[in-house]
Design a protein around this ligand. Sequence first.
Ligand code: MTE
Length: 332
Amino acid sequence: MDPLGKPPPSSEITPEPLYLRRRELLRDALLFTATSAGVGGSLLWLTQGRRASERQIQSTAANTTTASPTLTIAERGLYRVDEPLTPEGAVTSYNNFYELGTDKSDPAANAQTLRPRPWTVSIEGEVSQPLVVDVDQLLQWFPLEERVYRMRCVEAWSMVIPWVGFPLGALIKRVEPTSRAKHVAFTTLLDPEQMPEQRGDVLDWPYVEGLRLDEAMHPLAILAVGLYGKALPNQNGAPLRLVVPWKYGFKGIKSIVKIRLTEEPPTTTWNLAAPREYGFYANVNPAVDHPRWSQATERRIGELRRRPTLPFNGYAEQVAGLYSGMDLQRYF
Ligand code: MTE
């Protein structure tokens, strides 16, 4: 059954192994485009780079289509990477958000289709106090913090981003997990009108990601509602997205509508698409290569030379204890 009334998906008319192989080839092509596009992009951003203090007072980048009200930030500087910020224009124009397109520039170009208000989030599953809450109400509950984190994409590029958000753990505590809760599943909005690429089948929609409960409760894991002091642009996952800085960027699911506590680990979108390439843990690990490229170094957007990738993306001191005793080659 197809709720969109479009022709049957190719899975119905092509033998499955062939269909799966086609998807694999398409994904390879996408990643190749992404990687090669990025090389040119970094030169452009280098010429556009400005000092952080100048950027703070610049209005939102040209490609940002959301109205971006300034957020009230209660706390700054507690969590800060002492490295130059990636220019705002790069953070908001070089994106992965497949629901809005598969090229890096598509999400900004197509961002206007997403309507981040009104927006409700459901927190449910293994909790004593499930709730459905309007995102503006959420912003009243938790004081907002600025957190300057590194972000390392599995495609081997990275950025340093000043996020605005609040600890995910604070929200989870509020709904009172039951003793059976061991994992957390996050789901992106499913609405092909707002997310046109959901009409196609490049991924299984809606996008789903997951964490272990103790990972979700770690103080570094946040729900971001802004960046560079302003509300999140649509292309960065408005109105609410996950940021887990010690994991590859694909864990940072965007435009979340559901947070579900579960006993079993959820099936995640990228793990389903390519289980040998994208594990559930997805901790940044320079010692474990992606099957098709090395993870030992990365290209920081705006820099010419590659830099070494750090274990847990530089957050080992804070998070390595979560994985003590685990074989991180095996549980990638
Ligand atoms: N969330 C959704 N819903 N859809 C996506 O395609 N891409 C992921 C992640 N979250 C993605 C998503 C990937 S691969 C990365 S690297 C980051 O978002 C990119 O975040 P950014 O565009 O804000 O840099």
